[in-house]
Unconditional design. Structure first.
Length: 140
């Protein structure tokens, strides 16, 4: 097993695209689930979609949630709380919400998860994604 990822976005298409890209980088070695848009496929977030994604990828190595902005944080926090309440046991799953940029963080997290790193290591690497320059001459 490996750390699983949940991608939360206000746009279902964006969440699916990020999940697809991260999945390619992980080469199928970690579970990745998109939770984008509202229940009626509008722009927005859905606690129910996020909760379903958490339940789908639940595993012993934990789950890292990456999200876009704004209300995604509140919806994700509510979904994680509900998920943890539903799974109280000796093996309560571990879920972390990442402050990482969505795309870069998801790709880095997927690679780190695919090589077997712990939830904490995956989360730390994703959180540092904002420090990687996009342009070779960035900062000059």
């Amino acid at each position: 097993m490996s750390v699983s990822l949940v991608i939360v976005s206000h746009s279902a298409k964006l969440a699916e695209g990020v999940a697809e890209l991260a999945g390619q980088m992980a080469q199928g070695k970690c579970a990745i689930m998109a939770a984008g848009g509202t229940l009626d496929n509008e722009l927005g977030t859905s606690m129910e979609k996020i909760l379903a994604a958490l339940q789908t990828v639940n595993g012993p190595d934990g789950i890292l949630v990456l999200l876009d902005l704004g209300s995604a944080v509140m919806a994700t926090e509510m979904a994680v709380e509900a998920f943890l309440l539903d799974n109280i046991s000796d093996q309560t799953p571990r879920v972390l919400i990442s402050p990482a940029p969505l795309v870069e963080g998801a790709v880095i997290a997927a690679v780190e998860a695919s090589i077997g790193n712990s939830l904490e290591e995956v989360a730390e690497a994703a959180a540092l994604a904002h420090t990687i320059p996009k342009l070779h001459n960035a900062g000059e």
